[in-house]
Ligand binder design. Structure first.
Ligand code: ZN
Length: 261
């Protein structure tokens, strides 16, 4: 039997596209130890593996591309006998199919990698944006408090009251800038973060009666600022207590900061 038939079958077999009697026939021929067909198989597998290995590049590596173009070019340039030309074209077709398959695999792989990377970048960007917004918000609050204090300090009726740490947080410090009819601002530092189910609450005390004056949020360094609304009367003592989250209408927890009477 002429070998030309196997020249035709080898590349098709390399792609796994040969079946039925032809596959059996070709495998029997290959098992007979045909080096020529084995070389075709090895060549095709190597071309495919090189493309698959080429990682993120969608285009085939230059040497594979050149080899392919050379083969296609040679096939069209040479005046091969009809049968030979057919087999070359079939080989070129099979190789092109390999390139297309490998390119599709590579493109899908690259797309998946990029998608994953874009996802990570999007999450990172969202996290940074959140951080910046929180930072901006904190700065705006600080600026508003500073402006309010500057305005208050222009008025001779304004007084600055020192707060001292007490109970569970003797290291805590604070100041209240207070104007009887305009209210004021409270600044604290060195307060430990409250337990998860607790919050710091501010109080104005007049005639021994404490009045809730809002909650005090802390930043990561234990500093906090809050606005105090005017009480409509004199204030004897400013205090901060540790209360259940959300605050209470009358103090229940320990005093952590208080002004002298
Ligand atoms: Zn052979």
């Amino acid at each position: 039997m002429s070998h030309e038939r196997f020249d035709d079958l080898a590349p098709v077999y390399a792609l796994g596209a040969l079946d039925g009697d032809e596959a059996v026939e070709f495998e029997r021929h290959l098992a007979g130890g045909c080096e020529r067909c084995q070389a075709v198989l090895d060549d095709a597998h190597e071309a495919f593996a090189t493309l698959a290995r080429s990682g993120e590049r969608v285009a085939p590596p230059p040497h594979v591309r050149e080899a392919l173009m050379e083969r296609v070019g040679a096939a069209s340039r040479q005046r091969l006998p009809i049968e030979r030309r057919r087999s070359w074209l079939r080989w070129a077709g099979a190789t092109a199919a390999c390139v297309v398959a490998a390119s599709a695999l590579t493109a899908a792989y690259v797309a998946a990698r990029y998608e994953a990377r874009l996802g990570v970048m999007a999450r990172e960007t969202a996290r940074l944006r959140e951080g910046l917004l929180a930072h901006e918000h904190a700065l705006e609050q600080q600026l508003a408090a500073t402006r309010a204090v500057v305005d208050l300090l222009r008025d001779p009726a304004t007084r600055v009251v020192a707060l001292r740490g007490a109970g569970p947080s003797p290291q805590a410090t604070g100041r209240v800038v207070w104007h009887p009819s305009a209210g004021g601002e409270v600044f604290v530092a060195n307060l430990p973060a409250p337990p998860a189910d607790r919050t710091y609450e501010l109080w104005t005390i007049a005639g021994g009666a404490p009045k809730p004056a809002g909650l005090l949020a802390l930043d990561a360094t234990g500093r906090g600022t809050a606005r105090l609304e005017p009480t409509g009367g004199p204030v004897d003592v400013f205090a901060v207590t540790l209360e259940p989250a959300g605050g209470t209408s009358a103090p229940t927890g320990p005093i952590v900061l208080a002004s002298a009477k």
